[in-house]
Every structure is written in C-alpha cells, then in structure tokens.
Design a protein. Sequence first.
Length: 354
Amino acid sequence: MLNIFFSADDNYVKFTSVLMNSIVNTIDLSKKNKDYLKKDIQEGFHFHIMSDFISENNLNDIRKLENKLNQIYPCVLSIHILDDKEFSDYPKWRGNYLAYYRIKLADFVDENTERCLYLDSDMLAMSDIREVLSINIDDYIVAACLDGHNYKKFSRRYKSKNENKYYRFTRYNDYFNSGFLYINVKNWKKYHVEEKCIAFLNQYEVRFPDQDALNYSIDKVKKVPIRWNFMIGYLIGDLTTLGKHKDLFRCQNKNSILNCTRKEFYNNLKDVKLIHYTLDEKPWNIERFTFWDNNFNIIDFKYNDIYLEFASKTPYFGYYFDILKSKRRENIHLSLIKSFAKFIKLKIGGGAIC
C-alpha cells in the first residue's frame, strides 16, 4: 500500500478529507500499482493524519468517509495524536505547531515500508496519485519540487539563537517546498533527517520552520516538475495585474522567482498532478476568492471553482463547502472594493502596475 501522510488540526480535517476524496476519485481503476512501480505491491492507500486533536464528531465523519472511499479503492486510515510540548520551544506557524509534524512521520510506518508520501492538506489531486511510484528515488532521500527564489543572490541566512553568527544555505538550487515530499523512508532514517531537523531548530531562528529545517537536513533531493506541487499563488500572480511581478519566470529575469519559463510553467499546468493552494490563496477564503484585472474586470479563475465543486461532493463534509459556494456571489462586491483600495494604495505608493 502507498502510505500518505497529512497534518491537520480539528478545523483542517475537512480539507484533508477533500484531498483524500480527490486522491481516491482520480485514480485510474484500470491500472495497478505494478504499472507504475514495475513490481507487485499491495493495492490500496494507507492514509495517516497527524494531529494535535480531532473532535469526536469529525472523527466519526472521517471514519465514515474511510468506509465510503473503501468501496471505490482499498483504504485504511490511521490517526496519530502528537504532543505539542515536543515543539513548544519553536516558533508557531500560522498559529500552531502542525508544520513540524511531518518531521516525525517515519515514526508511524513499519520497518518494511520503503516509500511514503507527505502532502499538505490544502491540495487537490488532479490525476492518479500512484504515478508518483514511477519516480525513482533509490539514491535520494526525497523527491520534491523547487520553491521560489532558487538563485544565488537570494540570501537564506539563519541567525544562531545563542551566539552572534549565521548559517547561510548555499544549496540554493535545491531549496524545495515541503508541501509535497515523496520519501525514501530507509534513506530518511539512514541519514538521520529527524534528528538533524531538531538540531537545526534548536540552534537557529527560522522563517519557514519545518521547510527550512528539512532543506538544511536533506542534501539528496530529486527535483521533480512543478506539476507535482503546482503552487496556485504563482498562477494568480501571472494572471492578475495589480502589483504584478516582472520577474516571475526565468525568461523574464535570470534571478526570477521561479526556475522555469512561462511556457514550461503552463505546460506543467496542462498535466498537473496536485494543485497546492498556498498561503492565503485558499478556495475557502472567500475574501480572496475573486480576482480582478487592472480594469476591474473579473478574471476567469477556474481552480477555486474546481476545488469547491469537488469539495461539495465529499461525503460527510460537503455541506460546509455548499455554504461557501452560496456566499461567493455575496462576496464579489466586497472583493471589488478591496481590489480598488489596493489599486489606489499602489498608485499612491508608487507600486508597479503592469
């Protein structure tokens, strides 16, 4: 079985459930694991949710969802409750310690597990996730997609907590986003990734807690195309014009935010595997749901609609997203006001409008 890990608090369980539902409902049932891995392994997904707490109501609903998904494809669900005291010396990320949980995931697989997958819960599967099995990571610790700003002039420095010195991350071409990690479990343990992450967090002040620690600790990274972790914020940045980046793609600037050309970017979107709704660009954040161009025309942005349509069909959790869909129209006028205010602010402040 393919072990797939998520981190989710009680509020995020519904989003994790949407992701699990999308994973099961986008697989190609005419194919088997061996079609991707070229060897026989047991069919099915073993989903793992790492959490600090899950309410009884949500626990009952995800158990019912497990049974429902199991009617389509074999599924097992395990819940792992972690103690936040283990991470209390580190900075919270978005109000909690859940980001650190992925560092501990190897503790929850048996000794015979060779590969596992970690996914952020704010993702949506767009095709058969088992295709990941075809990625050869025998000589690597993880397969991952590059994050932004992978050029030499972009400084990632971490100040020591106890003395006036810095560690500078020099493998700038390898700095990856931790939302998608296809993991060689044996190499993860062999190279003591968990221990190195903890040591790094104990010594340095960080900006992106788990991501900085993982990048410090892992030097055997197989870089895979961004279709495996397509961060939707970059697409929004290219489609909108308010404060638009002029250096988003490599064809625009050698120190571009992304290490790809616009053509490569959109070719990946045509064959996207996982959409990642990064930062505040969440389909359930209705205040940021509608996008406008410089003339205040609504931009046709289908990926929020795709998410909400899929989410509303997720058993036992769909009602929440039906409510969001009904509120979307009510929010358009508010979004227009905020976009206009942003436009005025940029004009007054001399920001770039392009």
